[in-house]
Design a binder for this molecule. Structure first.
Ligand code: 9WO
Length: 264
């Protein structure tokens, strides 16, 4: 049996993490002992009686900056805790819009580290950000979920943990699901349908009712290719097409040309 995945988060809003510990697949996996999470509040490591961990930015401007000292103490405590939890080494990740964009490939590489016994410490910033010297001294990797700004790193940290935990062996009811997911093949997922057969005048594509599993698999692959071409064409230039996919893509282009004739 592989190691338990060990996560520790550094956040001034520990109560937010109930979002992944109290519901769904991640809660089940936590209860099964597949992963653990401890959240450490930097306010508990502040030296002042007001438990302040932020101060005004040098150079002026709006907002506040998280101070290095309480964060470094908090990270050190989280690291020490991880060493007592069967963890060989810890990796500190800071979630910020300045980080390297997260991809499925990076999720799988981090999963490999986790299952090999590396503990992750996720640093969640608030305010305008954290003192750069703390990042230089303590952070191993900076990760972004995309080009947008949140109120803090907590939701990004939870998104990263969710993406990792659902990949842990035994986390999903259906073992095949994680592997068949969107992106696993480098393509967007195909459309999905469930009952009823007719909804608001719209029917389910007939092939899905046919029971012909080879035909259904081909239809889904074609739908994935068409959708990827339309919405994320850059994913296709980064990826080689199999012989079957090349043929389906030719069909897609022919269908499209046909539609442009106005024939349907
Ligand atoms: C706040 C702010 C206030 C006044 C003027 C400028 C300001 N910039 C910011 C800001 O960017 N705050 C960040 C909040 C600091 C780092 C933690 N926060 C965060 C992480 N927001 N968004 C993310 C994030 C993380 C991963 N992927 C996407 C977004």
């Amino acid at each position: 049996m592989p190691n338990k995945a060990v996560f520790d988060c550094v956040s001034i809003f520990p109560e937010m993490f109930g979002a992944i510990t109290a519901a769904g697949i991640t809660r089940k996996a936590l209860e099964s002992g597949l992963w653990s999470l401890d959240v450490w509040n930097p306010r508990d490591y502040a030296e002042n009686i007001w438990r302040m961990v932020d101060d005004r930015p040098y150079g002026g401007g709006p907002g506040m900056v998280m101070q290095a000292a309480p964060l470094e103490k908090t990270i050190a405590t989280a690291k020490a805790r991880q060493q007592t939890a069967n963890v060989a080494q810890s990796r500190v990740i800071y979630l910020s819009p300045q980080g390297r964009p997260l991809t499925h490939t990076r999720v799988m590489a981090l999963l490999e580290l986790l299952t090999a016994g590396t503990g992750l410490i996720l640093l969640c910033g608030r305010y305008e950000g954290v003192d750069e010297r703390l990042i230089e001294r303590c952070v191993d990797e900076e990760i972004s979920l995309g080009d947008f700004v949140l109120s803090g790193g907590e939701l990004a940290a939870m998104a990263l943990m969710d993406a990792l935990v659902r990949q842990l062996p035994g986390a999903l009811g259906d073992a095949a699901s994680a592997e068949e997911d969107s992106f696993v093949a480098g393509l967007l997922d195909c459309p999905h349908y469930t009952r009823p057969e007719l909804y608001a005048g719209q029917a389910v594509p007939e092939v899905l009712l046919s029971g012909d599993h080879a035909k259904i698999r081909r239809w889904r692959l074609k739908a994935s290719l068409a959708r990827t071409r339309k919405r994320r064409p850059e994913l296709l230039t980064q990826r080689a097409l199999s012989a079957e996919e090349t043929q389906l893509m030719a069909e897609i282009l022919a269908d499209e040309a046909h539609e442009q004739c106005g024939e349907h």
